[in-house]
Structures are given as structure tokens and as C-alpha cells.
Design a protein around this ligand. Structure first.
Ligand SMILES: NC(=O)c1ccc[n+]([C@@H]2O[C@H](COP(=O)([O-])OP(=O)(O)OC[C@H]3O[C@@H](n4cnc5c(N)ncnc54)[C@H](O)[C@@H]3O)[C@@H](O)[C@H]2O)c1
Ligand SMILES: [Zn+2]
Length: 336
């Protein structure tokens, strides 16, 4: 096991790589732990959860909602939970986003930690402290930035991860490569999904590398005034597609990155659109979908990065170098 402590403005997070889930009973008082997980993870890894109080949710993005929040809060009340408890979100991004949000609002804040179980959660969603829920089709409209006390990486969870979820994780990995790490882009070009599914050490190294990229960005700009916006590469159009078409986050972001690359080509002379689409395809990700332009523009007009008729759009100057540029929504619309 390898651990490091990462400092943020108002908190610090202990990150444990190569850890075992059972580490949680060493880190916290076992009686005070309340696990939040979804049915898929709970059923596949039941033996891990036996010893703890748990709140089990229906899986899926549709449940990252206010109704789920109400349900969890009622269960916490029934468990007589208070600030002496610790909520541990064990799951993908849906679970860690909800857990972080509940822990931030219940009794104005109680301790919480994450055990990410999807690749996407490990490299992205569990890292950086953003949490929240969706309101209808508006993704992550409500939420906080609040750091977990611990993020515990147990690779064993990945053994049960469905193929599609591997692909989703690679969408965020490719995103990190695009905005910050040209060498990682080249490494990903050399390998493929199967390679990482079978090479434990290479996978662990890749996950750590991505966690570090994200942490560095978050530490420099925790509350998203500038640099952190880069992490939204592919997400403006991606988010609009995600909830309109009920496709998964990573798949939607892959399509969003393809649009953003084309907009970058026209606006900042980006030259690697084809390389990016090939790489996405190599990791099983889609690069296009038939969309209803009006509906997509309607969602983009509610995006948190919008300011009047312009939107802070993340473009690529080259691979490994993302930039933030205000673009008229009309300009974005031309490419849809
Ligand atoms: N907070 C952030 O910074 C941030 C960043 C990126 C994404 N997100 C959010 O994360 C969410 C997407 O995350 P996700 O893709 O992990 O979604 P998810 O939590 O829905 O998990 C995807 C699916 O995998 C299943 N699953 C999870 N772990 C498994 C395992 N080990 N074995 C088998 N099945 C498993 C889940 O039950 C679910 O069906 C979105 O809501 C997105 O907005 C948040
Ligand atoms: Zn994302």
C-alpha cells in the first residue's frame, strides 16, 4: 500500500493506493461507518459489506436526484446518524457524487470518504471534491466543493467492471492526456483497452498518473476560477448529450471531445482531430451520435460556464495543451 496526503484550501485528503477495502476498519471506528453503495456493487461484493451498516441505492445516473437525497437522509435519521459517523461512498461517480453531497448538507456536514469502484471514479469522479446531483436534464446543477477525508483504491473492484465502464473510464483518461499530458496520449496510442485490462501494474500506474494530473489541477484552482475549467474539456456538449440521449457519461464526453476538437481546429489551429478520434475508437468509445441541435443548445444555454451569449469553452491548442476561450454560443452551434 502506498499513501499520500494531499492538502487543499480547507482540508486535506489521504489517498491510499494499492489498498484493501478492509482498510476502512483500521481508519475508522467500525460501528460509526455507514456505507453508501448501489445494488450492483453491493450484490457483486456482498462479503465485503457484511460487517457494516449500509444504505443501498438503485444504480444509475437517473438516481443522482433529489428524490435519492431525501431517501438517504431519511435512512440516516433512522440510523440516528450524526457528526460522529462517517459516510463511505463505495461505487462509481454517481455514488461518490451523492455521498459527498449528502455528507456536506446533513447536519451541515459530517465526515466522509470514498472507495471508487469504477475506472472513471478512480481517475476522476472521486478526486477533487466536487459533488452534487442532477435536476431533471441539468447535470450537477446543485452541489458543493468539499474534500473527502480519504480516497481508498482497491483494484479488486475492477475485476467485476463491465466492458462499457472500462470504456467510460478511458474517456476521462484520454481527456487528461488531451489537456495536460502529450506523453500519456502517445502511451495510450501505443496500447489499447485489452492491454490495460490484463496488465495490473501498467493499469495501476496509469490510474495513479491520472489521479496526480487531476490533483495538481484541483490544488491550483480548487473552486474552478480558471485552470480547473480545463477538466471540462468535452463536457459542455458531452453533458448536453448525456442526459438528452441517456448515454453514459464517458461515451457522451467522447462525443463531446470530438466536437470540441473540431471547434479547436477552426479556432486555434488544432491539428490532431483524426488522431483523437482514432484513439477514442481504440478504447471502444463513440465519436458521433445523431443529435437534435435545438435540444442540445437548450441544455448548453443552462451550462454553469455560460455568461450571457458566450460560453467558456475548453479548446485544445495542441495535444497536452488545453486552453479556455470564451466562445459565442452561435459559434458552438455552427459545429453541431
Ligand atoms: N465529481 C466529479 O468531479 C466527477 C467527475 C467525473 C464524473 N462525475 C460523475 O460521475 C458519474 C459517472 O460515474 P461512473 O461512470 O462511475 O457511474 P456509475 O456510478 O453510474 O457507475 C457505472 C455503472 O457501473 C456499476 N459499477 C460500479 N462499480 C462496479 C464494479 N466494481 N463492478 C461492476 N459494476 C460496477 C454501477 O452500478 C453502474 O451501473 C456521473 O454522474 C458524472 O457526473 C463526477
Ligand atoms: Zn467527466
Amino acid at each position: 500500500m502506498k499513501s499520500k496526503i494531499v492538502k487543499f484550501k480547507n482540508a486535506s485528503t489521504k489517498i491510499l493506493f494499492n489498498a484493501s477495502f478492509s482498510e476502512i476498519k483500521r481508519l475508522f471506528n467500525k460501528e460509526k461507518i455507514i456505507i453508501i453503495a448501489d445494488e450492483n456493487v453491493f450484490n457483486l461484493h456482498q462479503n465485503k459489506f457484511k460487517a457494516y451498516k449500509s444504505i443501498i441505492l438503485k444504480p444509475g445516473e437517473a438516481n443522482k436526484s433529489q428524490a435519492t437525497v431525501d431517501n438517504i437522509i431519511n435512512k440516516l435519521i433512522a440510523l440516528k446518524a450524526d457528526k460522529s459517523n462517517v459516510l463511505i461512498g463505495v461505487g462509481g461517480g454517481v455514488i461518490t457524487d451523492i455521498t459527498g453531497y449528502i455528507a456536506s448538507i446533513y447536519m451541515r456536514g459530517i465526515p466522509f470518504a470514498f472507495v471508487p469502484t469504477t475506472l472513471l471514479g478512480m481517475v476522476d469522479a472521486a478526486v477533487g471534491g466536487k459533488n452534487g446531483i442532477n435536476i431533471g436534464i441539468y447535470k450537477n446543477l446543485i452541489g458543493f466543493t468539499n474534500q473527502p477525508s480519504h480516497i481508498i483504491y482497491d483494484w479488486a473492484f475492477l475485476k467485476t467492471l463491465p466492458e462499457k465502464e472500462w470504456q467510460n473510464g478511458f474517456a476521462e483518461i484520454i481527456k487528461h492526456a488531451c489537456i495536460k499530458d502529450a506523453k500519456m496520449f502517445a502511451l495510450l496510442q501505443k496500447n489499447n483497452l485489452k492491454f490495460y485490462q490484463h496488465k495490473k501494474t501498467e493499469l495501476a500506474n496509469l490510474i495513479e498518473r491520472n489521479v496526480k494530473i487531476k490533483l495538481k489541477i484541483v490544488q491550483s484552482d480548487e473552486y474552478e476560477k480558471g485552470e480547473r475549467k480545463l477538466l471540462n474539456f468535452g463536457h459542455t456538449i458531452g453533458h448536453a448529450i448525456e442526459n438528452q440521449y441517456k448515454i453514459s457519461h464517458g461515451h457522451a464526453v467522447a462525443i463531446g471531445m470530438t466536437y470540441a476538437a473540431k471547434i479547436s481546429e477552426a479556432n486555434c489551429d488544432f491539428k490532431k482531430v483524426i488522431e483523437l478520434t482514432l484513439l477514442l475508437s481504440n478504447y471502444g468509445l463513440p465519436t458521433k451520435i445523431k443529435i437534435d441541435k435545438t435540444k442540445i443548445l437548450e441544455v448548453i444555454s443552462m451550462d454553469k460556464k455560460k455568461n450571457g451569449d458566450t460560453i467558456s469553452f475548453i479548446l485544445l491548442n495542441k495535444i497536452g495543451k488545453g486552453g479556455i476561450q470564451p466562445l459565442p454560443i452561435k459559434e458552438v452551434s455552427k459545429f453541431l
